[in-house]
Design a protein around this ligand. Structure first.
Ligand SMILES: *Cc1c(COP(=O)(O)O)cnc(C)c1O
Length: 367
């Protein structure tokens, strides 16, 4: 048996006829840039998330770059964020000439540890950028309280957590701006790159809409320098079809996780994912802490089971950020987790046999 980390064939099989119809509608009028489907998808996302403004853009990375720019954060400013995340979280800060300040994570949730944020605040701190890693919302109550006390902006990097909640409140609705990625491996994936900014703030929405078209407004007049970062019409057409499936996909991921939890929790040497009672997670990844992680990984790969390490090197130790002055040992929890975590297949189309095979193979290793 083979169990890939993700199976897009299975995901698209039933949807392709409808997607072809929707793409044909785009080909019928050739409005490839900012066609009607873009606005339609933005409005549908506003309804789905209950957030006032959805601004589509070219990727989740660009959504973060646009968010930092819209908040007018740049040279000489600092943004507090996590080191245990995908590269784009910090690169979006760097690319705006601001400085990412890394704070360690909670060893149970892998998210930014709110109790460590205040010690990192300086007169230059302008914002906090939490990441809802693997689909679990960060402790947004605690983070918003700190932001309010110190007059800081908040950008939620929600690339992995679309539809997740904290205390029954939707992720992306806590901070000033929330961002999404529609990279194909995310819970709602496009047929290529795509992303989105969400905000309840009318003025930030105007700024974001302007910044994604070169800072232009009115046409050919520029008050600031923005990006060329629009949500592609064809991607919007695809995402419109797929959005209808998102809730049931997230439910299936949670059911898969429950099966893994029930069957893996007794294994000595393995710690199943901790989900805070206040969080509803959507499991973009199912990530556990494993002793002899690298050997387990090889064991699973030898049995045809896809698995991956998210992420093997925390961002404060990346070569490109060497000038920030961090060294090994500065963020011990993030560094430890980089050596211990493993993610296994969790996608909605997994069959019972596949899940059982994954569980059996892990049990076999530890026995
Ligand atoms: C995927 C991801 C991004 C970037 O999204 P792209 O659409 O690939 O540019 C940013 N942050 C996190 C945490 C991600 O997982």
């Amino acid at each position: 048996m083979k169990v890939p980390m993700l199976d897009l064939h299975a995901q698209y099989e039933a949807l392709m006829p409808q997607i072809r119809i929707e793409l044909d509608k785009v080909f019928a009028n050739h409005h490839y840039i900012m066609g009607a489907q873009v606005k339609e998808f933005e409005e549908k996302m506003q309804d789905y998330l209950g957030i006032k403004h959805a601004i589509g853009c070219a990727s989740g990375t660009d959504a973060l770059v646009l968010a930092v720019k819209a908040l007018e954060i740049g040279e000489g400013d600092e943004i507090i964020t996590t080191s245990f995340t995908f590269f784009a979280t910090a690169s979006s800060i760097w690319r705006n000439h601001a400085r990412p300040v890394f704070v360690d994570i909670d060893p149970r949730t892998f998210n930014l540890d709110p109790s460590k944020i205040e010690a990192a605040i300086t007169p230059r701190t302008k914002a906090i950028m939490p990441v809802h890693l693997f689909g679990q919302c960060s402790d947004m109550q605690a983070i918003m309280a700190i932001a309010k006390k110190h007059n800081l902006k908040v950008i939620e990097d929600n690339a992995q957590g679309i539809g997740s909640t904290w205390n029954d409140q939707m992720s992306c609705s806590f901070g000033d701006i929330g961002t999404l990625s529609f990279f194909p491996s995310k819970n709602l994936g496009a047929m290529g790159d795509a992303g989105m900014c969400l905000t309840n703030d009318d003025e930030l929405a105007i700024a974001l809409r302007q910044l994604r078209v070169h800072g232009e407004g009115p046409k050919y007049y520029h008050k600031c320098v923005g990006l060329n970062s629009r949500l592609d019409t064809m991607q919007a057409a695809v995402l419109l079809v797929k959005l209808d499936q998102l809730a049931s996909w997230s439910k299936a991921r949670r059911a898969n996780a429950a099966f893994y939890d029930a069957n893996l929790s007794g294994i000595e040497g393995l710690t199943t994912p901790y989900i805070d009672p206040k969080a509803l997670t959507i499991y973009n990844q199912y990530t556990f802490i494993a002793s002899q992680r690298d050997d387990l990984m090889k064991h699973l790969q030898d049995r045809g089971i896809g698995c991956a390490v998210y992420y093997p090197l925390p961002l404060h130790l990346q070569e490109c950020f060497i000038d920030l002055g961090y060294k090994k040992g500065d963020l011990p929890v993030a560094e430890e987790m980089a050596n211990k975590v493993l993610s296994i297949p969790i996608y909605p189309e997994l069959t019972q046999e596949m899940k059982q095979y994954v569980v059996d193979s892990i049990q076999e290793f530890y026995n």
